[in-house]
Design a protein around this ligand. Structure first.
Ligand code: ARG
Length: 478
């Protein structure tokens, strides 16, 4: 029986029930629905709608239902949605008292309360995973601080960098993702309950008190916006699509690096698969699936935007469709982060081959042009001179190192014997002066700063997580 059934003479067509039913996906909100219900009835007691005795009965039954579902999640069935299930289950157990639960509340403000409670918990878990991934990346960047490898633009060998610099580049992306998540949290952390269906209530609900019980930093100040706002869902979907995009780019590096042509990495057996036909194959399926699944997270964001773009105020049933997208992005992101936290430290890097390829002469062409600049040649002129050296080498099938000093001087009088000291990746890296470059000395400093930043982030998320309300603790407190 639906919660709104009294005015209806006919029951819903079965196909309509199937069409509107959401319990199969919103049942994961059961814990937060019970938690929100507890806070609501405690507040109703404070303002005199529910007596002390009634509250005691409600608390007992909320606790019992919580324990029973914890033991047997299959108990959740037969209702239209999770809110109906919780209210019906309580009412079945305690009769008339149960009928007071929904005072001053609508499923419209209830569902969005649930989603906010749920997302606050999930963001804490995701932050922890991202922090662990960053720890792995920072450890790897320390380990390979002086390991040269070719850096690419246009996927063409460009200049020597270090393997550390690669990891620090990805760490920079995940650092921004964590900043974004912290920012989103602020907008999730708002209590919508008390907004009713769309216009609040004539009952003097104590919203500040409910917010205090559930540890929300703010309460919403417009009831129509409160029941129809899904901006924080969109923001979260954008955050997860972008974070996943970063994983997907990292995956692409690994896929390339694992090819015979690059041969930069050997994949761990636990994280790769064979071919059913070709016995020699070791395939980077984990990385490929990361790249492939990324499409789903981008799709979820587009899906949500499409749901929202034409919605008039306030609540519309379309909004029920926010949850499959949100849950899918949460689940996909969490499992992918777990996979990469385990995968990265197990990859074997062929640092000798990376070194060899980063010693290719032409990778030092820019350093040579800058050598001339430091001797007073305008850069455009220096670029032209080195371009001519490159052409000469190509035409005569020679390498930079094979040219004699006289040959160098034929291009510019300013070339000296020290030009030969430039033709190795160590010099190229160690001579880099700019902050943010792959110079190992500079990167050591960057790593130190990132580690410090990470410690602060860990502290902040730890505080947020420990401030989250817990049903059992709240039962003891009130
Ligand atoms: N299952 C609904 C949702 O997810 C709950 C709110 C239903 N409200 C309503 N007026 N029918 O959005």
């Amino acid at each position: 029986m639906a919660l709104w059934g009294s005015r209806w003479r006919k029951s819903l067509e079965e196909v309509v029930e199937d069409f509107t039913y959401s319990l199969y996906f919103d049942k994961r909100l059961w814990k937060v629905d019970l938690l929100g219900t507890l806070a609501h009835v405690v507040m109703l007691n404070k303002i005199g709608i529910i007596s002390q005795e009634e509250l005691a009965v409600l608390k007992d039954e909320i606790k019992n239902l919580y324990l029973e579902i914890s033991n047997n999640p299959d108990l959740i069935r037969d209702s239209e949605d999770i809110h109906t299930f919780v209210e019906e289950s309580l009412t079945k157990r305690i009769g008339d008292i149960g009928k007071k639960i929904h005072t001053g509340r609508s499923r419209n403000d209830q569902v969005i309360l649930d989603l906010r409670l749920y997302l606050r918990e999930e963001t804490c878990d995701i932050a922890e995973l991202l922090i662990n991934l960053r720890k792995v990346l920072l450890e790897l960047s320390e380990k390979f601080i002086s390991t040269p490898m070719p850096g690419y633009t246009h996927l063409q060998q460009a200049q020597p960098v270090t393997l550390s610099h690669y990891f620090l580049a990805y760490d920079a992306m995940f650092s921004r993702d964590l900043q974004r998540l912290e920012d989103i949290y602020k907008r999730v952390d708002v209590l919508p309950l008390g907004s009713g269906a769309l216009a609040g209530s004539t009952i003097p609900l104590d919203r500040e008190y409910t917010a205090e019980l559930l540890n929300f930093s703010k309460i919403s100040d417009n009831s129509m916006d409160a029941v129809s706002d899904r901006d924080f869902v969109l923001e979260f979907l954008f955050f997860s699509a972008l974070t996943y995009n970063h994983l997907s780019r990292l995956a692409e590096e690994i896929i390339l690096w694992a090819t015979k042509e690059f041969s930069f990495v050997k994949l761990p057996e636990e994280y790769s698969t064979g071919s059913s036909m070709m016995p020699q194959k070791r395939n980077p399926d984990v990385a490929e699936l990361t790249r492939g699944k990324c499409g789903k997270l981008i799709g979820n964001l587009v899906n949500m935007f499409t749901i929202m773009k034409g919605l008039p105020l306030s609540y519309n049933r379309d909004l029920q469709e926010d949850k499959p997208s949100l849950f899918s992005s949460i689940d996909e992101l969490k499992i992918a982060l777990r996979v990469w936290i385990g995968f990265l430290p197990k990859i074997e890097f062929d640092t000798e081959r990376m070194y060899k390829l980063s010693s290719e002469d032409f990778l030092f062409a820019t350093d040579i042009a800058e050598y001339l600049v430091l001797k007073g040649v305008p850069f455009r002129e220096a670029h032209k001179i080195v371009g001519e050296v490159v052409r000469f080498c190509e035409e005569n099938n020679k390498k930079f190192r094979e040219l004699s000093l006289e040959e160098w001087r034929g291009f510019s009088e300013l070339f000296d014997r020290d030009i030969f000291d430039l033709l190795n990746p160590e010099s190229s890296l160690n001579l880099k002066k700019t902050y943010g470059s792959p110079n190992p000395v500079i990167n050591k400093d960057v790593i130190k700063k990132r580690e410090e930043e990470l410690r602060n982030i860990i502290d902040r998320w730890h505080k947020l997580k420990s401030s989250l309300p817990d049903l059992m603790r709240l039962l003891d407190k009130v």
